[in-house]
Design a binder for this molecule. Structure first.
Ligand SMILES: [Ca+2]
Length: 382
């Protein structure tokens, strides 16, 4: 048995860097990292364009599919039918049904939170903006929906890029979510626009009175920080309460940011990236007083997407490390942080597909959402 497993592992490792579809049959595989041997198993490949996964408990998870499907994983299998009656999404370009999260008190209240690309009038096409709703799943159907955040109609945008959007909770009943700048880069610096920001609301959608821009005329009072290009990784450290975000740069300049209230993270005034045609962004500067530097920037762009923090029993040496996915580089980075400074990183998975999300399950295992081939992998300790 061990020999067979080793052979499978060797085959799996041999696939690194080769066209990933050729490797789709190679699970389970093993990966040797610096500290641990990882067992890589296929959780499911019966999902289409999966965007995120959230574990309700050790046996149940919810999975979003970009085209609008909300799927339930239950006791070792994917239920064949998606949840009925979920919101209509504009899934053109990068849009669609994005993140799913469950309330920290889910067992008591049953609330499920979704972020998605919404069109006024609930149409599948048209100017869109990221919207946050919550609802409950009853008898396989979406019900009791409440809209928690919706932009003003005049701020909906054409074009299918940069919607964000992850949903996370802190321990004081707040919900944080990010909206990318929707391809309108100057909006990221305007507090009267919702895009290019990380927002904070209460779980019922009301605005916390201590948000940094509350009371200023014309602003979106949900704004927590601004100058963010397209944050697609967001996590709160359960031990320290620190908020971390990864965001896509343009050509180069993907960033890891330590998120604090009222801070301007610089886009598009400062960036380590360039326009896709090679010209400088704006004045082509990387720093300016009053604009926050990233904790770490990566050039060329890995296309960072999905972020979580190692916790639980299986990987004690990695406790508190960040796990960052990357679409373009098709990898998961383990990032060590000390005193809010970047220390080191190790690529712990590569070559199995574009990484859309990285999620630590209640048992401490690491789940990786892949696009192309569409699959969800489970990484545990060998
Ligand atoms: Ca920045």
């Amino acid at each position: 048995m061990d020999v067979l497993r080793m052979i499978r592992g060797v085959i799996g490792l041999a696939c690194l860097g080769i066209a990933s579809f050729a490797c789709a049959q190679q699970y389970p595989a093993t990966i040797q990292t610096r500290d641990y041997t990882l067992k890589v198993e296929l959780l499911t490949n019966q999902v289409k364009n999966p965007w995120s996964i959230v574990w309700i408990d050790t046996d149940h998870a919810l999975i979003t599919e970009k085209n609008g499907g909300l799927r339930l994983w239950s006791k070792g299998r994917l239920l064949p039918n998606p949840v009925q009656g979920t919101p209509v999404v504009n899934s053109s370009g990068q849009g669609g049904l994005l993140d799913v999260a469950v309330d920290p008190d889910y067992k008591q209240n049953g609330w499920v939170y979704l972020s998605y690309s919404h069109v006024i009038g609930d149409q599948p096409k048209g100017p869109a903006m990221t919207r946050i709703v919550r609802g409950k799943i009853k008898n396989g159907a979406w019900s009791d929906q409440q809209v928690l955040f919706q932009a003003k109609p005049e701020h909906y945008r054409n074009g299918g890029v940069h919607f964000g959007c992850r949903i996370v909770f802190d321990s004081q009943n707040h919900l944080y979510f990010a909206i990318g700048e929707r391809g309108n880069q100057d909006d990221a610096q305007r507090l009267d626009r919702p895009n290019g920001k990380i927002h904070r609301i209460n779980r019922d959608g009301s605005i916390p009175k201590d948000n940094p821009f509350v009371g200023q005329p014309g602003v979106y009072e949900s704004i927590w920080c601004f100058g963010n290009r397209n944050p697609q990784g967001l996590v709160i450290d359960p031990e320290t309460g620190d908020i971390w975000s990864t965001e896509h740069g343009p050509m180069g300049g993907d960033e890891l940011n330590w998120i604090r209230p009222g801070v301007n993270y610089g886009w598009p005034i400062i960036t380590y990236g360039k326009n896709y045609n090679g010209t400088p962004v704006g004045q082509g500067i990387t720093e300016r007083e009053g604009l926050e530097q990233p904790v770490k920037q990566w050039t060329p762009s890995p296309a960072l997407c999905g972020l979580d923090i190692v916790r639980g029993d299986p990987f004690p040496k990695w406790k508190g490390n960040l796990l960052a996915g990357a679409l373009k580089f098709g990898e998961v980075k383990r990032i060590e942080i000390r005193d809010h400074q970047y220390v080191a990183e190790e690529v712990i998975l590569k070559g199995m597909g574009r990484v859309r999300d990285v999620v630590v399950a209640p048992d401490g295992s690491i789940h990786v959402v892949l696009n192309g081939p569409d699959a969800i992998l489970k990484l545990s300790r060998q």
